[in-house]
Design a protein around this ligand. Structure first.
Ligand code: G3P
Ligand code: CA
Length: 300
């Protein structure tokens, strides 16, 4: 048993080192920055100010606005399918109460995929989105394959879904999202749950990860062992905090990044850019693009 543990540790260390070397071999921009080398704008749950959050319409709207990255939330149905939805209940963003009035509190994990697929996930936002469905993670990745966007994938409350880290990696792998191009340019996995990120890093050391929160500076080195980014709420961001994160190297041998959320005003975006954040997670990606890249917006 001990022999197996030692072998597995050695294998994991070697894989980790190879992944670190791979990242180091890439141009800095590819692994840490957006196409312009500036602040990355992530569409939060898609372009969720303009379309129902976490739906394919929301992804498409973000793409139409020229947003290179979208953020989503992944959970699991009762029969084991991965679906993209933020709340742990279906009540706010679908018509589940009307369709299944006796199933309170309508937890995502208590419905099968077939049941969830019957729900309308668009009409609550605006009547023109009636008929929108809760997407599976596979369907969501398929849409991103068409738009070419990157994905900031949040494991939402993974403590409710044992094994969801490995299952998510399986889905990503089957969809072709764990090749070198996706790992270095198009995928970051984030969570409020540090254990889930540790597990993700252990299972696939090549995947970049981000911890959602603002751990005390004294604890940041612990996070640098398994997380490439610290993603704080915007109110927690100070110049000193960003500098403290930037002083650390993440598990791929690169400076850790800071991606702040959820930022919808140009004034707030400019404050964060001055504080040197690397990314802004927003419901209004068009507003953020204009704020952080005014010359590009003028030229367009
Ligand atoms: O990406 C940051 C943000 O999504 C974290 O909060 O509740 O919107 O998932 P929440
Ligand atoms: Ca989220």
């Amino acid at each position: 048993m001990r022999h197996r543990t030692v072998v597995s540790t050695v294998v994991s260390t070697v894989v980790s080192a190879l992944c670190g070397a791979l990242a180091l071999a890439l141009p800095a921009q590819a692994a840490t920055s957006g196409p312009s080398g500036h602040t990355i704008v992530f569409g939060h749950r898609g372009a969720s100010a303009y379309a129902p959050e976490n739906t394919l319409s929301s992804v498409q709207r973000a793409a139409d606005l020229g947003t290179d990255w979208v953020e989503n939330d992944v959970q699991r149905t009762r029969d084991g399918a991965l679906v993209v939805i933020h709340d742990t209940t279906l009540a706010r963003t679908t018509d589940v109460k009307r369709r299944y009035p006796r199933r309170s509190p309508w937890a995502v994990g208590s419905f099968t995929l077939a049941e969830i697929k019957k729900l309308d996930a668009g009409n609550w936002f605006a009547p023109r989105f009636r008929g929108e469905r809760v997407p599976t993670l596979g369907e969501y990745l398929g849409r991103l394959d068409r738009t070419g966007q990157g994905l900031l994938l949040e494991l939402k409350q993974p403590e409710l879904y044992p094994g969801i880290e490995g299952q998510t990696l399986d889905v990503l792998g089957r969809a072709g999202w764990l090749d070198r191009r996706h790992l270095t340019r198009r995928l970051i996995v984030q969570s409020f749950n540090a254990d889930a990120l540790r597990t993700t890093h252990r299972l696939h050391p090549g995947v970049r990860t981000g911890f959602l929160g603002s751990p005390p500076v004294s604890q940041l080195t612990r996070y640098a062992a398994f997380s490439d980014a610290v993603n704080p709420p915007q109110g927690a961001v100070t110049a000193a905090y960003v500098a403290a994160v930037h002083r650390l190297m993440g598990p791929h041998g690169r400076r850790m990044r800071v991606d702040a959320w959820t930022v919808d005003s140009a004034a707030a975006a400019l404050r964060l850019v001055k504080l040197r954040v690397d990314g802004i997670i927003t419901n209004r990606p068009d507003v953020m693009e204009r704020a952080v890249r005014p010359s590009a917006a003028e030229a367009a």
